[in-house]
Design a protein around this ligand. Structure first.
Ligand SMILES: *[C@@H]1O[C@H](CO)[C@@H](O)[C@H](O)[C@H]1NC(C)=O
Ligand SMILES: *[C@@H]1O[C@H](CO)[C@@H](O)[C@H](O)[C@H]1NC(C)=O
Length: 387
């Protein structure tokens, strides 16, 4: 019989946004397991770190000569029949690729630990993991589960990417999917086995990347094109003058303001991303900022309506404007690629671009018809007066 289970599910878009607001609350709610958890004398650990989420803590001793890690992970499962898990992900941040240990009440009622090489979101299956695991044991008392183990790590692996999780149920020896609260989705980060330092940096960087993506997609990718469409089509209608101009300027200035915010988050991410450089994405971003700024300041240098240079200014303004829009869209797709987020995000942005393109085409058709008709009317009325 097959069963659907999903552990450590990937966050949905709205959920990632909610994370921004709620992660602070989650971090604040962490319990101090290091000071309150005591172990029997045969299980003493040299170091401990309270984990920022899920009220959990990791206690460990690292033997650098043998490269072995003895640890205890302590966390309260949401239900007594639930599970707790601690994993090292040797290849990536987050759930996929993690080498997980999961503790839960086994079908015979005793507490036990099983190992899982997590390769997908949709299902997990028990099996060997990359690190030789021994001394696996688990206990449940006082509402918390303790997962004990010893892992043989590759020599030199002293900073690990850890992922931890809790779930509320187990069916026929199979842990069922966990919750999707922010604390379930952000429970990852690095653990320095020597220094004892933990950092949720993986998590907070992901949040920053999402903020960066949303700000830039909305401003450069949606508001500025809308502002351009307003200028291009509304100004053809005499009745829309000067309303189109104020609408256009408002849209572009707000878009530019939000865009600069997004751009600054990008600089911050770039400065923190040591060793990895997304040169093209960064250079396009810098160019966009320069061109966008130029557009805003060009507004102040705009010659009067009847000035002989106004024609050239208009051409210059349109060329730079369209360049900004095209580069923005290109760069947003580049950014989506870097995030390597689920195709859902890319799909949503494709839909947004398609809608903008559709509006553009629709307006091309409408203005053409209207202008054609008014010319035809003008022609027929002048013909009429001639007769
Ligand atoms: C875990 O799964 C990955 C991907 O399928 C595989 O390459 C790796 O060898 C597996 N590790 C173990 C220990 O089975
Ligand atoms: C794992 O460790 C045990 C005990 O230290 C050892 O007997 C076994 O050979 C190891 N297995 C692997 C695959 O390294």
């Amino acid at each position: 019989m097959t069963r659907k289970y999903r552990v450590l599910q990937r966050p949905a878009l709205w959920f990632r946004l909610a994370l921004l607001l709620l992660s602070a609350v989650g971090y604040a709610a962490a319990a101090d397991g290091c000071s309150s958890v005591t172990f029997p004398s045969n299980r003493l650990y040299a170091a401990c770190s309270d984990l920022p989420l899920l009220s959990s803590s990791i206690h460990w001793s690292y033997d650098s000569a043998a490269a072995t890690l003895s640890f205890a992970f302590v966390a309260p499962p949401p239900q007594s029949e639930g599970w707790v898990s601690w994993a090292i992900n040797p290849t990536a941040d987050g759930m996929l690729g993690s080498q997980a240990l999961i503790a839960f009440h086994q079908p015979d009622g005793s507490m036990g630990v099983r190992t899982y090489n997590i390769t997908g979101y949709a299902s997990i299956s028990e099996g060997p993991i990359d690190f030789n695991a021994s001394n696996l044991a688990a206990e449940y008392s006082g509402g918390a589960m303790r997962l004990y183990g010893k892992l043989k790590l590759p020599a030199g692996m002293t900073v690990v990417k850890q992922v931890w999780q809790v779930g509320s149920s187990v069916a026929d020896g199979v842990p069922q999917e966990h919750g999707f609260k922010p604390e379930n989705l952000q429970s990852m980060g690095t653990l320095d086995l020597i220094k004892g330092a933990i950092s949720p940096s993986g998590g907070s960087t992901n949040v920053k990347k999402n903020v960066h993506g949303v700000l830039n997609a909305v401003s450069w990718g949606i508001m500025l094109p809308i502002g351009a469409i307003i200028a291009r089509y509304l100004k053809k209608f005499k009745s829309a003058d000067p309303a189109w101009f104020y609408l256009h300027v408002t849209c572009q200035i707000v878009g530019y303001g939000v865009g600069v915010g997004g751009w600054a988050t990008g600089l911050d991410l770039g400065s923190k991303s040591k060793g990895i450089q997304y040169t093209t994405h960064r250079n396009i971003g810098i160019l966009l900022f320069c061109l966008g700024t130029l557009q805003v300041f060009a507004l102040f240098l705009r010659p009067g309506k009847d000035h002989k240079y106004r024609f050239y200014w208009n051409i210059y303004h349109s060329v730079v404007g369209y360049t900004v829009i095209i580069l923005s869209i290109v760069n947003i797709f580049k950014g989506l690629e870097i995030l390597s987020v689920d195709n859902k995000w890319t799909m949503w942005y494709c839909i947004a671009v398609a809608i903008l393109g559709g509006i553009e085409l629709f307006l091309v058709a409408v203005t053409w018809c209207v202008i054609h008709k008014s010319k035809a009317d003008a022609r027929s009325s002048s013909n009429g007066s001639d007769a």
